[in-house]
Structure formats: C-alpha cells, structure tokens
Design a protein around this ligand. Structure first.
Ligand SMILES: Nc1ncnc2c1ncn2[C@@H]1O[C@H](COP(=O)(O)OP(=O)(O)OP(=O)(O)O)[C@@H](O)[C@H]1O
Ligand SMILES: [Mg+2]
Length: 247
C-alpha cells in the first residue's frame, strides 16, 4: 500500500511486518499488513487465535514496535517517533480498553475515570465528563470502588476512562472477553453510541461475531495477513464469512 493511502485516516498500517524471536524460533505474527481506519468509524478485527489480531492492534497503538513498515496515527508517522514523543502521542491521542479492566482498586469509579488525565496534569472538561458518565450509564455508581461494581460496570468505567481525554482513536482488545453476553451487549451498545453520537473512532479486536456486528466494518486476519473485509456486517454474514475463510 502506498503511504499516501494513510492520508485522511485516523490510523493506518502500511506494509507492517512483525517477527517475534530470531532464527529457528522466529514467528511471523504479521506478514505485511496494510489497512486504514476512517475517522468516526467503528472497526472490528477478527480472525483465528494466533492470526495476529492483538499484534496488529499493539503495533497500531504504539504498544509494540514493528519489524518493518509504517504506522500512522492521523498524519503522524508513529513508527518514526522517539520513545518520548511516542509516550506523549499515546497519552494525548489514544485510548485503550483491554480484556482486563485495569482499574485501581482503592479508587472509586469517578477517580478511576479521571486518573489518566490527572496524571497527565490535565483537567477534565466537566461537561464532557458529565456526558460520558451518562453515555456509559454510570451516574449512580461513581462513588463505588471496582470491587463493588459488576464486571460490565467495571468495563464501562474503563471505557469512560479511555474516552475522557477525547482520544483521536480508541483501541480495544477483546473488551467483552470477560463479560457475560448481556453485559457485553451493553458495553457494545455504549461503544456504538460513542461512535454514532460523539464521533469516536474505535478499533476493536474480537472473537465474537455478535460483538463484531456492532461495528461498521470487519477486517479478517489469517496467518498475519488481511484476507477479507465486510461492511455493515451482521452476525450471520460474519459467521458465513468465517466459514468460507475456514476460521
Ligand atoms: N511476545 C511474543 N513472543 C513470541 N511470539 C509471540 C509474542 N506475541 C505473540 N506471538 C505470536 O505471534 C502470533 C500472533 O499472536 P497474537 O497474540 O497477535 O494473536 P491473536 O490473533 O491476538 O490471538 P488470540 O485470539 O489467541 O488472542 C502467534 O503465533 C503468537 O504465538
Ligand atoms: Mg489476542
């Protein structure tokens, strides 16, 4: 893919390869991936276990280095940044939601939501914070500590925390992986609202066709390569595609 294809994208990978280990032990996790993610779009990345989904997400988010190729966040080439600039870009432009919620047990929900901004020395915009708290349905749970919240509520705290700094893009790796289907569906509905109503850009790795059906687009990985894509996916269409791809 021509690096110019990255223009106008919230995030893009251009011919990205990632090899773990050396010599006989070398594993090619990404074998030359080019893909762009449009601003304001909710994208899902699917594929069999070991196909490189997390690796791609981590490379896009600057949490892991690429072996070759380029990653862009907006117009900025992430792969050309020095460690300090990369840390700042991650802090100011990117949000993360992982399978484990990574909340601080001694802080209540509100304090957990505002912690990253506080660390960055930024004050949350009160109107935006208010909107987010309602957007993720946590209004009556703000004074509770993580141990007093359900898994779904904890993950929604993590989602609000990811959105508070108005990141250009949110990366989520199996965000519903630890949730039952109802809590998972709720979280996805909140993420969907953030995209549709607040214009948030989201890239989400998931195994789950029902989860991926909330996205605007699904990108399919196999053996470190992008093998297919679906627009406006339904769960049935995704399952059908997975069957054809032999996932
Ligand atoms: N730190 C690492 N060192 C060595 N190999 C790794 C490392 N991380 C991932 N791999 C390998 O790279 C390949 C892709 O891994 P990755 O975690 O991206 O897969 P995935 O699609 O996210 O799988 P899953 O659905 O199981 O989470 C796998 O073969 C994996 O074993
Ligand atoms: Mg993974």
């Amino acid at each position: 893919m021509d690096p110019r294809t990255a223009l106008g994208r919230a995030a893009a990978a251009v011919d990205v390869t990632k090899v773990y280990g050396k010599g006989d032990a070398a594993v090619t996790a990404l074998g030359g991936v080019s893909v762009g993610f449009a601003p304001g779009e909710f994208s899902a990345i699917m594929g069999p276990s070991g196909s490189g989904k997390s690796t791609l997400l981590h490379c896009l988010a600057g949490l892991d280095t690429v072996t070759s190729g380029q990653v862009f966040i907006g117009e900025v080439e992430l792969t050309a940044l020095k460690e300090k600039q990369l840390t700042r870009l991650r802090r100011d432009k990117l949000g993360f939601i992982f399978q484990s919620y990574n909340l601080v047990p001694t802080l209540n929900a509100l304090e957990n939501i505002t912690l990253p901004l506080a660390i960055a020395g930024r004050k949350p915009d009160p109107g935006w914070l208010d909107l987010l708290v309602d957007a993720v349905g946590l209004r009556d749970r703000l004074a509770h500590r993580p141990s007093e919240l359900s898994g779904g509520q904890q993950q929604r705290v993590a989602a609000a925390r990811a959105m508070l700094g108005r990141p250009a893009i949110i990366f989520a790796d199996e965000p519903t992986g630890n949730l039952d289907s109802r809590a998972g569906a709720e979280l996805l509905a909140y993420i969907r609202r953030a995209v549709t109503e607040l214009g948030q850009t989201v890239v989400m790795v998931t195994h789950d066709a029902t989860a991926a059906a909330h996205a605007d687009r699904v990108v399919f990985l196999a053996d470190g390569h992008i093998v297919d894509e679906l627009l406006e996916p339904t769960a049935d269409a995704i399952l059908e595609r997975i069957k054809v791809l032999g996932g």
